[in-house]
Design a protein around this ligand. Structure first.
Ligand SMILES: Cc1cc2nc3c(=O)[nH]c(=O)nc-3n(C[C@H](O)[C@H](O)[C@H](O)COP(=O)(O)OP(=O)(O)OC[C@H]3O[C@@H](n4cnc5c(N)ncnc54)[C@H](O)[C@@H]3O)c2cc1C
Length: 386
C-alpha cells in the first residue's frame, strides 16, 4: 500500500526497506548482543541520504519534513529499532536548531548533519529531572561573551557518538522553567566529557550516556533563540519529533507481525499449521488492525506538522502514545503466537518486545502524553466557551 505518499517518499521508503534488509538484518542480533554502536550502518545511511530528508534544501538537505523522517525510521525499525533510534536521535538533536536556530547557526551546523558527517543528540534529562524537566540542575552562568555550563545530563541517546549536542541548562535558576535556555555544544569543547554508557533492556545497539559539564565555556553565539527559551525549545522540539517515536513503534509492531504471520504458516501442531487455528488468526488480525491504525495516526500527525499547522501538541502526543502502546501489545502477542520459540533469541520477536518498551518511556512517558492530550482538550473547551 502506498498511503498517498509522493513518488519521492515511496522511493525513499523502498530504499530504506532495501538497506534495512540488506545491511541491518544480517547484523542486528550481533549488535544487540554486543551493545555495539552501528557506525558502519550510519555511514551507509549517510550515503543513502537518510540524514538529509528532514533538512531544508537551502541547508543542503532534501527539503522533506516529518513524514519523510517517519518513513525512514519506520522501515529501519521494522528490522532493528536500536539501529533506527541511533539514526533518529540525530533528528531529535537537530530540531532545536531547525526550529530556533538563526541563519548563521543553521549554516554552520545543518549541512554537516544533512550529509551524515556529524551525528547530533538532545539533552534535557538529569538524575532528578525526568518527567519534571523544570527540576533541571545544570547551570549556564553568563561569563564574558558566553556561558559556563556545570552539571550532568543522563541517558542521552547518541551520547559520546554525536559531534553536536543541543543542551538545556538553567541561565536563571530562580525563574524555574522560565529560567532555562538551550545551547549548542560541540564534542571536544574543554570541560565537556562523557560518563558511563548504560546497559539496557532494549535498543541495545544505541548509545545511552551521561554528558558531564565541568566549567565548560560555550560562546554566546551558541545560544538558541534567547535566554529563557529553553523549555519552549524542548517542548516544540518534542511536538515535532514525537511522531518519529510513533514511527519507530509502528516499525517494531510491523516487524513482529511479519515474523508471527510467517511463523504461523510453517509451525505445525496437531497435524496442521497453527495459522489454521482461529485463535491464532484472530490474534494476527487484531495485531494487523492495531498496527495499521497506529500507522494512520502517525502519518496523519506527521502530515499535519508538515502543513505547518500551529498547534500540533495534542496530535503529536496521540501519535506517540497510541503507536507505542500498540507496539508493546503487538510484540507481546507476536511472542505468544510463536510460543516458546518466540521467547528464544533464535527468533527476533523477543528482541522486538524488549525494544518496544522504550517507546512508551522516552520523549515523555505515556502518562505525560496523556497529560498533554488532556490539557489541550481542556484548553480547547475553554477556548470554545470564551
Ligand atoms: C534508553 C533511554 C534513552 C533516552 N534518551 C534521552 C535523550 O536522548 N535525551 C534526553 O534528554 N532524555 C533521554 N531519555 C530520558 C527520558 O526521556 C526519560 O526517562 C523520561 O522522560 C522519563 O523520565 P524518568 O525516567 O526520570 O521517569 P520519572 O519522571 O521518574 O517517572 C516515573 C514514573 O512516574 C510517572 N510520572 C511522573 N510524573 C508524572 C505526572 N506528572 N503525571 C503522571 N505520571 C507521572 C511516569 O510516567 C513514570 O511512570 C532517555 C531515557 C532512556 C531510558
Amino acid at each position: 500500500m502506498d498511503y498517498f505518499l509522493t513518488e519521492q517518499q515511496i522511493e525513499m521508503r523502498n530504499l530504506a526497506r532495501e538497506i534495512a534488509l540488506k545491511s541491518v538484518l544480517p547484523v542486528r542480533a550481533e549488535l544487540d548482543e554486543k551493545e555495539e554502536f552501528p557506525w558502519d550502518l550510519m555511514k551507509i545511511f549517510a550515503d543513502a541520504g537518510f540524514f538529509s530528508v528532514f533538512i531544508p534544501e537551502e541547508y543542503e538537505g532534501l527539503g522533506g519534513g516529518s513524514l519523510d523522517l517517519c518513513i525512514v525510521v519506520e522501515e529501519i525499525s521494522r528490522i532493528c529499532s536500536g539501529v533506527a533510534v541511533s539514526y533518529a536521535a540525530t533528528a531529535l538533536g537537530t530540531y532545536p536548531i531547525l526550529l530556533f536556530g538563526n541563519d548563521a547557526q543553521k549554516r554552520k551546523y545543518l549541512p554537516d548533519i544533512a550529509s551524515g558527517k556529524k551525528l547530533t543528540a538532545f539533552a534535557i534529562t538529569e538524575a532528578e529531572a525526568g518527567s519534571d524537566a523544570g527540576a533541571t540542575r545544570t547551570t549556564a552562568a553568563k561569563k564574558d561573551d558566553g556561558y559556563v555550563l556545570n552539571g550532568t545530563k543522563q541517558w542521552i541517546t547518541n551520547g559520546g557518538e554525536a559531534e553536536i549536542y543541543t543542551v538545556v541548562a538553567m541561565t536563571n535558576p530562580a525563574k524555574g522553567a522560565r529560567g532555562a535556555s538551550t545551547f549548542i555544544v560541540e564534542k571536544g569543547t574543554p570541560g565537556f566529557t562523557f560518563g558511563k554508557k548504560e546497559k539496557k533492556l532494549g535498543i541495545r545497539s544505541s548509545a545511552t550516556r551521561e554528558l558531564i559539564f565541568d566549567n565548560c565555556f560555550v560562546p554566546a553565539e551558541n545560544l538558541l533563540a534567547k535566554e529563557g527559551y529553553g523549555f519552549i525549545t524542548a517542548m516544540k522540539t518534542f511536538d515535532n519529533t514525537r511522531p518519529g517515536i510513533g514511527a519507530q513503534a509502528v516499525g517494531i509492531a510491523q516487524g513482529s507481525l511479519d515474523e508471527a504471520v510467517n511463523y504461523s504458516r510453517i509451525r505445525k501442531q496437531f497435524g496442521k499449521p497453527i495459522s489454521s487455528l482461529q485463535a491464532i488468526q484472530h490474534m494476527l488480525a487484531d495485531m494487523a488492525t492495531q498496527t495499521e491504525a497506529a500507522r494512520a495516526l502517525v502519518y496523519h500527525a506527521a502530515r499535519v506538522i508538515d502543513s505547518k499547522a500551529k498547534n500540533i501538541s495534542k496530535l503529536s502526543a496521540m501519535a506517540k502514545l497510541f503507536a507505542s502502546d500498540t507496539a508493546m501489545k503487538v510484540t507481546i502477542d507476536a511472542v505468544q503466537v510463536m510460543g516458546g520459540y518466540g521467547y528464544m533469541k533464535d527468533y527476533p520477536v523477543e528482541k522486538m518486545m524488549r525494544d518496544a518498551k522504550i517507546t512508551q518511556i522516552y520523549e515523555g512517558t505515556n502518562q505525560i502524553q496523556r497529560n498533554v492530550i488532556a490539557l489541550e482538550l481542556i484548553k480547547e473547551a475553554a477556548g470554545r466557551k470564551g
